[in-house]
Design a protein around this ligand. Structure first.
Ligand code: PXL
Length: 278
């Protein structure tokens, strides 16, 4: 059985980060090992008054114990991280658990729709670059790509050449593969364009573009992609599975946006995901 460590917060209510990653990884038949970086009562995207307990100082102790018992991972994946110190400690975690054949996957969660999430700023983005340097795969959305490159966010009206150049600049941060999400060349479709800097290969995959904003779809996408890569699917197939599952989750949320504004109905679609990887 394959094994993934997922390093991100647990937002107890809100369906994002670990509460999304763990069920998705498990449903894919992969052992999921969480390293919770913080406990929040809810995520920060639209709730007020949430609690935040920082667990940064637990991370080195967890790593030390895991080193002692000799546990190994097929992938180490990271999502939302809340401080400079956390980035540094996660970077040390990579040094402890990187092997010749495992994958370090960094989702540089910082913002969406051209804006930083609450609590992030430019200096955080420049720290996040250091983590991207150590990754095999990075998964920014268009907003995070602009923040990492210190460029202006362009929402629409761009072409394939624009995205290709951006992917090349992102790969210069140091990762072998860049997967850029939220790419859309027309109103009907939205998806992903990726670049492998070792082979020079670009690939694209699009699903239906569904108008509206659906929180945590980035977390759904990144957990699924990580699972699919660990399962042994090549990048093209892994991206297809992750986009198709994310779109499936959004489609199941349509009509329930009032009750489910804070996160997509991914649970109802786990059965579909299991079929996709058969
Ligand atoms: O979905 C990304 C995410 C993860 N964790 C927390 C968040 C967010 C986005 O708002 O607030 C705590």
């Amino acid at each position: 059985m394959k094994r993934i460590v997922s390093i991100q917060d647990i937002s107890c209510f809100g369906k994002c980060s670990l509460t999304v990653a763990l069920p998705i990884i498990s449903a894919m038949g992969i052992e999921a090992c969480p390293v919770p970086t913080a406990v929040l009562s809810t995520h920060t995207g639209g709730f007020t008054g949430y609690t935040y307990r920082d667990l940064t100082s637990d991370i080195p102790n967890i790593a030390k114990h895991w080193k002692n018992i000799g546990v190994k991972f097929d992938a180490v994946s990271t999502g939302y991280l809340g401080s400079f110190e956390q980035i540094k400690i996660v970077s040390d975690f990579f040094d402890d658990f990187k092997t010749e054949d495992n994958l370090i996957i960094v989702d540089p969660v910082m913002g969406d729709k051209g804006k930083f999430y609450t609590g992030f700023d430019k200096s955080f983005a420049s720290e996040m670059k250091k983590l991207c340097k150590k990754a095999d795969v990075i998964l920014p959305n268009l907003t995070e790509a602009a923040l990492l490159l210190d460029e202006e966010y362009v929402e629409k009206g761009y072409d394939e050449e624009f995205i290709k150049k951006k992917l090349i600049r992102l790969s210069k941060l140091g990762s072998k593969i860049v997967v850029l999400t939220g790419v859309s060349f027309n109103e009907n479709s939205q998806g992903v364009m990726s670049y492998n800097s070792e082979t020079g290969e670009f690939s694209t995959y699009f699903g239906d573009n569904i108008p509206g904003y659906y929180h945590s779809t980035g977390d759904v996408f990144s957990s699924t992609l990580c699972g699919a890569l660990v399962k042994g699917f090549d990048m093209g197939k892994a991206v297809k599975i992750a986009v198709d599952y994310t779109v499936d989750c959004i489609k199941h949320t349509i009509g329930h946006e009032k009750e489910h504004w804070y996160g997509v109905c991914f649970e109802e679609c786990l059965g579909d995901l299991m079929k996709m990887i058969k």
